[in-house]
Design a protein around this ligand. Structure first.
Ligand SMILES: *[C@@H]1O[C@H](CO)[C@@H](O)[C@H](O)[C@H]1NC(C)=O
Ligand SMILES: *[C@@H]1O[C@H](CO)[C@@H](O)[C@H](O)[C@H]1NC(C)=O
Length: 345
């Protein structure tokens, strides 16, 4: 058991060195009840999201007439040619008295932006492989907010309970080791790290499909990182997009305030306290061929010669006003999660 763990850790470290891995911070753009991918035009949309990226973000963003790079005047991402939008649901805490508060996000290790998310574009292990950047209008969804079944959570989506703010135990590929598909069950001294990994094979034709999923898939065998080949139905290797979101659960670690019946006190903003409704949305919006240059240039980290980078402070300064005006429970306790009926747990 110990030997296997050690071998796995070494293999993961070698993999991390061998692959080009862009990792950069995007500060909070807004927290809002909008979803321009799944519920375009709905104000408010069914549940609250935290969104990052270009400030052309809107309730509707039709691929035909909404050009993110030209409509945006700033981005909350440190790579300043990235006007894409990225979003996930928010997490809420339910106190023993039935009131809810939004769980804040915090900065990831080694990055200087505030809250928001950490975004990865992973080129993959095979240095020789051609990776094709997304085309304008490309968008996709991974996971399903209505899912309550562990076996239906895609393999690259998971939670890590961090023991402390140094994120110990550190390392190991995401969604391995003691990472879970369910919300962590106990208290976590360093909050949660939530990982959302998108498929990395594209059908080469459709920039979107009605379910926002069918045009992309995972490698037929192995993983993208290990150089797994794409299936013939989806033969084009695209960058593997991955989000990491750090939720600061620490202020909710008093178990005496958790529900008396022992139920999970944490909820996704869509009213799910299993965690299995984990999902992420992506709308591509890099300027020109910047992302292709980053792939061809084998960019790593959050600074890379072919790309422009703004300061962390400039990224933090890019914010957008909430469009669905409501109290989302940042500073106050709420009777219900916005848009949700009070769960009868
Ligand atoms: C957002 O949508 C509204 C209503 O359709 C429109 O008036 C506004 O110009 C849009 N903003 C951006 C930045 O696209
Ligand atoms: C509910 O519990 C929270 C946390 O203990 C507390 O801060 C809040 O004031 C309580 N709300 C009500 C309505 O009693």
């Amino acid at each position: 058991m110990l030997l296997k763990a050690a071998v796995t850790a070494v293999a993961a470290a070698q993999l991390a060195m061998a692959q080009e891995l862009m990792r950069f911070g995007c500060s909070q753009l807004t927290i809002d009840r909008i979803d321009p991918l799944v519920n375009p035009g709905s104000l408010p949309s069914p549940h609250v999201h935290q969104l990052i990226g270009g400030n052309s973000l809107n309730v509707s963003m039709s691929p035909e007439d909404h050009d993110l790079p030209s409509l945006s005047t700033c981005t909350s991402c440190t790579y300043s040619e990235d006007f894409s939008n990225y979003w996930t649901a928010n997490v809420y805490y339910k106190a023993r008295n039935g009131s809810y508060k939004r769980v804040p996000q915090m900065t990831n290790l080694g990055l200087g932006v505030q809250a928001g998310m950490t975004v990865y574009y992973i080129r993959g292990y095979q240095a020789s492989a051609t990776v094709t950047a997304f085309k304008p209008g490309f968008r996709m969804l991974v996971g399903d907010p209505s899912n309550r079944d562990a076996s239906r959570v895609p393999s690259g989506l998971c939670f890590r309970c961090e023991e402390n703010l140094q994120q110990n135990p550190f390392g190991g590929a995401p969604c391995t080791g003691s990472d879970t598909k369910a919300f962590p069950k106990g208290t976590c001294g360093g909050g949660w790290r939530v990982t959302v990994t998108f498929p990395s094979c594209w059908d080469g034709k459709n920039t979107d499909t009605p379910d926002h999923k069918s045009h992309v898939t995972y490698p037929a065998s192995g993983t993208f990182e290990s150089g797994g080949a794409c299936p013939s139905t989806h033969p084009v290797k695209i960058p593997q997009v991955m989000y990491e979101i750090m939720y600061d659960t620490r202020q909710f670690n008093n178990k005496a305030d958790w529900p008396a019946d022992g139920s999970q006190p944490f909820y996704w903003s869509h009213g799910d306290n299993t965690g299995y409704g984990i999902h992420g949305d992506y709308v591509f919006g890099w300027k020109g061929d910047a992302l292709q240059k980053a792939m061809d240039g084998k960019c790593s980290g959050d600074r890379c010669a072919p790309l422009q980078r703004q300061t962390d402070a400039q990224a933090i300064a890019c914010t957008k006003e909430q469009q669905a005006k409501e109290d989302i429970g940042t500073d106050t306790w709420l009777d219900a999660i916005p848009g949700q009926l009070t769960p009868t747990v």
